[in-house]
Design a protein around this ligand. Sequence first.
Ligand code: ZN
Ligand code: ZN
Length: 125
Amino acid sequence: MGRAYQAVCKSCGHTFPASEGGGFSFESLRCDQCGEDTAVSHNDVWESYLAMLKGGNFAFPEPDGADGRTYQGEPITEGEFRRRVEAKAGICSCGGQFKFDAPLRCPACRSASVADDGTREIMFD
Ligand SMILES: [Zn+2]
Ligand SMILES: [Zn+2]
């Protein structure tokens, strides 16, 4: 589940569109240095994704057709899955590392002191 919203920087007042959370078919990560976001499609980590579903005992097929019950390999934990997705996402053009838990940053001044201004919200997936 993810959402998109208008964020406001508490340091410089810059407003910018932001989003958080992944969707049904991708994981959303942010650079731990500049806050740039990136997405890793489940298709790009399909084996790991199925292994994570199996490890988590999700009883239903996912909307994108993933079904951990039919996966033949060894199950992995969600933590291991996230580690693999971060490895897949790789290095940002600024030299930072894309992480699941990196804070949202202002694109103008890179402050991590950013708030949801509450004026516009779009749910997706
Ligand atoms: Zn700012
Ligand atoms: Zn970066």
